[in-house]
Every structure is written in C-alpha cells, then in structure tokens.
Design a protein around this ligand. Sequence first.
Ligand SMILES: NC(=O)c1ccc[n+]([C@@H]2O[C@H](COP(=O)([O-])OP(=O)(O)OC[C@H]3O[C@@H](n4cnc5c(N)ncnc54)[C@H](O)[C@@H]3O)[C@@H](O)[C@H]2O)c1
Length: 243
Amino acid sequence: MKNSVVVITGGNGGIGNIVVNKLLKENSKVIVLDINETNNLEIKNHPNYEFLKTDVTDYKQIEKVHDIIKNKYQHIDYLISMAGVNMKSEVGGLKSITIEDIDKSIKLNLNSHIYLVKIMLDLLKIKNTDEMKSIIIISSINAISTYGLPAYSAAKSGLYGFMHSVVNELGESNIRINTISLGTVPHMHQEVKGDEYFENYIKDIPIKKFVRPTDVADTIYALLEITKCINGQNIILDMGQSL
Ligand SMILES: NC(=O)c1ccc[n+]([C@@H]2O[C@H](COP(=O)([O-])OP(=O)(O)OC[C@H]3O[C@@H](n4cnc5c(N)ncnc54)[C@H](O)[C@@H]3O)[C@@H](O)[C@H]2O)c1
C-alpha cells in the first residue's frame, strides 16, 4: 500500500478512525471526507493524513473535493465509502420514522455512495497501468435480516444492487468493487459486558464475540492488498450473527 492514495468517507467515526490508522501505518496517503474532524492526535498530526470537510449527501461538496484531490494528487488508488448512520426516529420502526428521516436516511446511506463513486470515478481511472484499483462500500447485515430500521436497511441493501450494476462497467477500467456488510461492531472504547444493547445482540452470535473495528480494518486491508481476486461480492463480517 506504500504511497497509495486512499479516499475514505466517514473516516472519523468509531470504525473509520481505526481503518484510517491502519492505512496510515501501511504508509498510504489517507484523505478523509467527513463532516467531523478526528480528535485522535496520532492521526491528526500524521503527515500522510488529510481531512477535507465534506457532507457527502451534498454532491456539490463532493465535486469540490474531487477537484482539490485532482489538483493535488491527480489520481486515487482506493475509494472506501463508509459514511453512514441510522436515524433516531427509525429505531421504533414504521410507526415512529418520520417522512423527513426516510429521505435523510436514504440520501446518506444510499444516494451519497452513488454520488461518490460517480464523481470520483475519473480519478480511479487515470493511471494508465495494469494495476487494479478498488472500491469498497460499507453496508450492514440489516440489509439481509430482520433487525428493523426500515430506511437504513433499505438503503444498505440498495448498495448491493448498485455494486452489482456497475461491476462490469468498472471492470473495463480494472477497478474492482465490493461491499462489506457489518454485523454489530462495538467501537474500541465501548464496553460490551454489562451493556444491555450489546448483551442483547451477542445472544445471536455463535462465537460469543463481536467483530471489532480492528477486524474491519484488517478485512479492508486484505481486500485492497491481498485477496485481489475478489470482485462484485458482498462480504459478510458478523461472526455468524445473521445466520
Ligand atoms: N458500528 C456498527 O455496529 C455498524 C454495524 C453495521 C454497519 N455499520 C456501518 O459502518 C459504517 C461506520 O459506522 P460507525 O460505527 O463507525 O459509525 P459512526 O457514527 O461512529 O461514524 C460515522 C461517520 O460518518 C460521518 N458522517 C455522518 N454523516 C455524514 C455526512 N453527511 N457526510 C460525511 N460524513 C458523515 C460521521 O461524522 C462519522 O465520522 C457506517 O456506514 C455504518 O452504517 C456499523
């Protein structure tokens, strides 16, 4: 990964921070697009870290950062589309979700990923080599099971359809695209024992352990750099939770 240019959205979240840290340790140049800046000083002060404040639901902001990246680096090697959250009102299902939150959730959890890939695509194509480029989009096992969150789950399953629909088009330019569907991933600082929310989910997991952000970082690294034959797949990372 040395000297690779990686763009990651949502890179300052609980999972994103750990992924960014791993990519920096692998000597990549990491450009984070997020609405929030990290408060992790090890990341913030790293010479290969760059933060471009971006609301990914606004395609004009993505176009602006596209131009900044184009001027500075001319190309991207890897694109990781991770920004996503569910809306509070959808936790109670259809009876509580507001119409406004349906739109917000679909815009963030589905549309923004399509905007990002469409707008950044020419930067992934630029280098005229036989090298493969790679896109990873972060989905959720909400897309394949019965965990509620109607708009979030619909959006996360829409990401599979999007990924399948563009795999041939991207393949012509040596670009791989995959989705990773995460099960429950407690952040590094979150204590699992004694927490009602996590204790409820761990009951469904055959091996009584959660996937942690470091596992997500290792899987992303492997998908980008080691298992380069994987293309057009949805990789489920959930310790068997969704079975
Ligand atoms: N943690 C889990 O249990 C879990 C489970 C399944 C899927 N996921 C998925 O993994 C990804 C990361 O989750 P996380 O747990 O790190 O969440 P998080 O809330 O800690 O991080 C989300 C990040 O996205 C950023 N973001 C939110 N709206 C944005 C916008 N409009 N534009 C740009 N950035 C924006 C936030 O600032 C934050 O840095 C998400 O796509 C989430 O749906 C997480």
